[in-house]
Design a protein around this ligand. Structure first.
Ligand code: ATP
Ligand code: MG
Length: 357
């Protein structure tokens, strides 16, 4: 039985938590986890498949477009790809499912935020996007995702849950998810929302890598620097193994060169980054994603890489997403079928070959 004094202290801690959420969401979300939780997570990530989150806390910079087209590219290359839509706006799900929805969804991304689901059943219930490519699966998100995010946050705040930030990581590192050779994925691509709430926190904790797209303009470059500073806090407190693949110039106006304005913002990012981020983060100047009307079709419902046809724009989309995917391939550790880590050699225009280390 708790004494009145103890009860008062518990309530005070919860109240402080609530106040901190309102005052500084980042501090609240990134506070230290229990040492054993962190340790187990790091051990599990050791032989993880690449889990890449596309993130920028600025809205509308091309995250979903890049995520879906990269996924289609890797699937065309023969990789088994899992997409996770962690944005309650559901843009990735709209994009993927507009190509043909198959049946009802027995597993949506919100289940990955919650603890205690049977991971074998969850794995089996991922939606296969055969109409786009038979190597592609998705956990979609709908508006309910937002309710699940808030519910989980409150359960954590009031002490009904000890820890919620590692829930998705626990699933993505579970035996059912990563060990069964017949159902294993080669890569997971996650679309992150532009706000720091349960979804974003959970995916940044679960990821092995992040990719940060940005438009080269004033507002986006500042948001990009802030995003990197938040990622650094995740690396320090929750996910020391998280690696930044780079900053991807998005919606670039002209092929082959950057405008003076775009060059100015690349230079600004490169100049200001060392003040905010301790490590090296490359601006992926050689892998721009061009602004193309076809990618904006119907509010972003197009996965151009997966589109039928062979016109110049589709070919160009395949090339630019293929180039970025090639860079990613050389930067991540693919998991070999024997479960060991090992480098791969990227073969331009061909399936990537795994090589013995
Ligand atoms: N390379 C591109 N060329 C033309 N239009 C693009 C391109 N990339 C994205 N768009 C369009 O810009 C809008 C925003 O893109 P997208 O949804 O990919 O951004 P986002 O960062 O995921 O946004 P949010 O933060 O709201 O999730 C969409 O209408 C999309 O179709
Ligand atoms: Mg989006």
């Amino acid at each position: 039985m708790r004494t009145t004094e103890e009860q008062r202290n518990v309530l005070k801690t919860r109240f402080d938590g609530l106040q901190a959420t309102v005052k500084d969401a980042r501090d609240f979300w990134i506070r230290n986890p229990a040492q054993n939780v962190l340790h187990e997570h790091q051990q599990a990530l050791h032989n993880s498949v690449p889990i890449i989150t596309v993130v920028n806390f600025k809205g509308g910079v091309g995250k979903t477009t890049i995520c879906s087209n990269l996924a289609a590219h890797f699937a065309e290359q023969g990789k088994r790809v899992l997409l996770i839509d962690c944005d309650y706006q559901g843009s990735l799900s709209d994009t993927a499912l507009s190509h043909g929805r198959v049946g009802n969804f027995s597993a949506t991304a919100q289940l990955l935020l919650e603890p205690g689901h049977d991971s074998v059943a969850l794995r089996a219930a991922a939606e296969r996007l055969s109409k786009i490519n038979s190597n592609l699966w998705i956990y979609p998100a709908f508006y309910d995702f937002s309710r699940a995010e808030i519910q989980m946050m409150f359960r954590w705040l009031v002490g009904q849950e000890q820890e919620i930030r590692f829930n998705m990581a626990d699933y993505l590192q579970s035996h059912a998810f990563k060990e069964d050779p017949s159902s294993r994925f080669d890569i997971v691509l996650i679309d992150c929302p532009p706000r720091l709430l349960t979804g974003a926190v959970t995916v940044l904790t679960a990821s092995t890598h992040v990719l940060v797209p940005t438009i080269l303009d004033g507002a986006s470059h500042i948001a990009t620097l802030n995003t990197l500073s938040a990622i650094q806090q995740f690396q320090m407190k929750l996910n020391p193994k998280l690696r930044i693949l780079g900053i991807v110039p998005s919606m670039v106006s002209v092929a082959g060169s950057y405008s003076a304005n775009e060059q100015h913002f690349i230079a600004e990012i490169e100049r200001q980054l060392p003040e905010l981020y301790l490590g090296l983060v490359p601006v992926l100047k050689n892998y721009p994603i061009l602004r193309r009307q076809e990618l904006a079709k119907a509010g972003g419902s197009e996965i151009l890489v997966a589109a039928d046809g062979n016109n110049a724009n589709i070919r160009q989309a395949r090339e630019m997403f293929g180039a970025l995917a090639g860079y990613i391939s050389t930067s991540v550790q693919w998991r070999r079928p024997d479960g060991q880590d090992g480098p791969i050699i990227a073969m331009p225009g061909r399936e990537n070959r795994r090589v013995a280390s």
